[in-house]
Design a protein around this ligand. Structure first.
Ligand code: RB5
Length: 147
C-alpha cells in the first residue's frame, strides 16, 4: 500500500498521482488534504511518514507547493528517507542509492508530465542493495539514534 498526502497547494497533482498509481495496480491510502482551503503541510507530512515508518504503508508520496516543507517535516520521523525530486535521474538514484521510502514533489515547481514520469521511475526502481550504499544508509540510521 502507498501512502499519499498533500497540502492545499497540491491537491490537483496529488489526485493525478493517485490515479496513476492505482492504474498500475497499486493500492493508495489518501491522507488528504482534499481541497484548496489552506492547511499546514507538516500535519500531512507526519501522517504519511508515520504510516510508512510503522510499516502500514510500503512507501509514500508527499506534495506541497515546492515539496520542500513536506520533505523537511517527513525526514524528522525516524526511519524515513524522503527525497524531493524534480528530475527522473534523481528519482532513480535516490531509490538505488538511498533506498528512499517517500517521494516529495512540488506542484508549483514541477509540471504534471514530468511529475508523473518521476513517480513512474521512483516506484519502478529497486534499491541496489550494494554494500557501500547499505553502509551509508546505516550511518544515517545511526544519526537518528543520537537524537
Ligand atoms: C504553501 O503556501 C506552501 O508554503 C507549501 O505548499 C510548501 O511549498 C511549503 O514548503
Amino acid at each position: 500500500m502507498i501512502a499519499i498526502g498533500c497540502d492545499h497547494a497540491a491537491t490537483e497533482l496529488k489526485n493525478k498521482i493517485k490515479n496513476r498509481l492505482e492504474s498500475q495496480g497499486l493500492t493508495v491510502k489518501d491522507f488528504g488534504c482534499h481541497s484548496n482551503q489552506a492547511v499546514d503541510y507538516p500535519d500531512y507530512a507526519i501522517a504519511v511518514a508515520k504510516a510508512v515508518a510503522s510499516g502500514e504503508c510500503e512507501k509514500g508520496v508527499l506534495i506541497c507547493g515546492t515539496g520542500i516543507g513536506m520533505s523537511i517535516a517527513a525526514n524528522k520521523v525516524k526511519g524515513i528517507r524522503c527525497a524531493l525530486c524534480g528530475d527522473t535521474f534523481s528519482a532513480r538514484a535516490t531509490r538505488e542509492h538511498n533506498n528512499a521510502n517517500i517521494l516529495a514533489l512540488g506542484q508549483r515547481v514541477t509540471g504534471e508530465g514530468l511529475a508523473l514520469d518521476i513517480v513512474d521511475v521512483f516506484f519502478g526502481t529497486a534499491f541496489s542493495g550494494d554494500e557501500r550504499h547499505m553502509r551509508r544508509i546505516e550511518k544515517i540510521t545511526q544519526i537518528e539514534e543520537q537524537k
